[in-house]
Design a protein around this ligand. Structure first.
Ligand SMILES: [Ca+2]
Ligand SMILES: [Ca+2]
Length: 345
């Protein structure tokens, strides 16, 4: 009987052992499953964390010269998620114009869109002066005579005559001493004569015909330079001068450039040097602007565009794109036309 009891006991413990084994296997199975789940979830979280932990890209923008303007960032942050597109707009203060970008972006496009694929350091370079292409529909900073003759039309600056028999002008109220000025201009409506148009410079007051200088052309390919002294006009050149470098007729665009340095002014039509006038010493600095003759007989109409003034010093003038096609050695170009002093064309 004892043997039988022992056999029963053995059988029972074998049965219990089998049950325990099954339970153990299930436990191991479940533990493995849980471990697998932990690993999968862990990998998922690690991979997610890796994405979001891609370091932010920093955007550093500087202005040169420091008080010349500002740069608007859209969106406006100092750090961006990788590959964010950022719109940059350079906005000059009065007396400056935007020249170009340097650093991790180059060129003169404004506004410009950059992609933050890396940390970026960008410098906005402004130059002292004016650049107005009127393409934004606004003649920024220009002061006009009060007659309402001037308006921005088709991305350019238009003077429409009112049969007043006087000169209409619009000017930039900033004192320029040594400077280069460039402007594109054309006559779109006029009679057979009497439609002088051009530029004033070094005006001493808001009335540009009191104390100032003036260079005018007409559609027949002639020009002059003169001055107002206490409201009296005096020719500096010998009256009107023909130039084969001026385009003639209605709607013909002419580019006029002058370079004023010290008491000498050099004159260019359509990139061609015309000559220098010396001893221009009545006024050392003053306003610059554009002018059209509002005839009392004809409905004159003039269009001006790309009004540009660069200044500060002669080195900046040389490095600008305003005069990059000509030789600046005064000893070589003085008096090409006219007498050795350049006074007489
Ligand atoms: Ca324009
Ligand atoms: Ca404008």
């Amino acid at each position: 009987m004892i043997l039988i009891d022992k056999l029963f006991a053995l059988k029972t413990s074998i049965k219990e052992f089998k049950i325990k084994k099954i339970l153990l296997n299930r436990l191991i199975d479940n533990v493995l499953k849980i471990l697998l789940l932990v690993v999968v979830v862990g990998i998922f979280f690690i991979s997610c964390k890796k994405d979001s932990s891609e370091p932010a890209k920093t955007l550093t923008v500087s202005i040169s010269p420091i008080d010349a303007g500002s740069v608007l960032k859209n969106p406006n942050h100092s750090e961006y998620e990788i590959n964010t597109e950022v719109n940059l707009t350079a906005e000059p203060n009065v007396g400056y114009y935007f020249s170009e970008w340097s650093g991790d972006v180059s060129g003169a496009l404004n506004p410009i869109t950059i992609t933050m694929d890396d940390d970026k350091v960008i410098n906005a370079i402004f130059l002292e002066g004016v650049f107005e292409d009127f393409n934004d529909g606004v003649a920024d900073y220009f002061n006009t005579d009060p007659s309402g003759r001037w308006n921005v039309t088709n991305n350019a600056y238009k003077m429409t005559g009112t049969n007043a028999g006087i000169n209409a002008y619009s000017y930039y109220p900033y004192n320029f001493s040594d400077f280069g000025l460039s402007v594109d201009m054309k006559v779109t409506k006029c009679g057979t004569s009497g439609h002088a148009y051009g530029i004033y410079f070094k005006s001493q007051s808001a009335d540009l015909e009191v104390n100032s200088y003036r260079l005018s052309i007409d559609s027949n390919g002639t020009w002059y330079i003169g001055k107002y002294i206490n409201g009296v006009f005096i020719f500096i050149t010998n009256n009107w001068i023909p130039s084969s470098d001026l385009n003639t007729g209605l709607n013909a665009t002419n580019n006029i450039k002058i370079l004023f340095e010290g008491t000498q002014v050099r004159i260019y039509f359509n990139e061609v040097y015309q000559g220098a006038v010396n001893n221009i010493s009545d006024f050392s600095s003053g306003y610059a602007g554009v002018q059209g003759y509002d005839s009392d007989v004809f409905d004159n109409e003039f269009i001006f565009d790309n009004f540009k003034i660069v200044t500060t010093d002669i080195n900046n003038l040389k490095s600008s794109d305003l005069y990059n096609t000509v030789d600046f050695d005064i000893t070589n170009i003085r008096g090409i036309k006219g007498d050795p002093n350049g006074n007489n064309f």
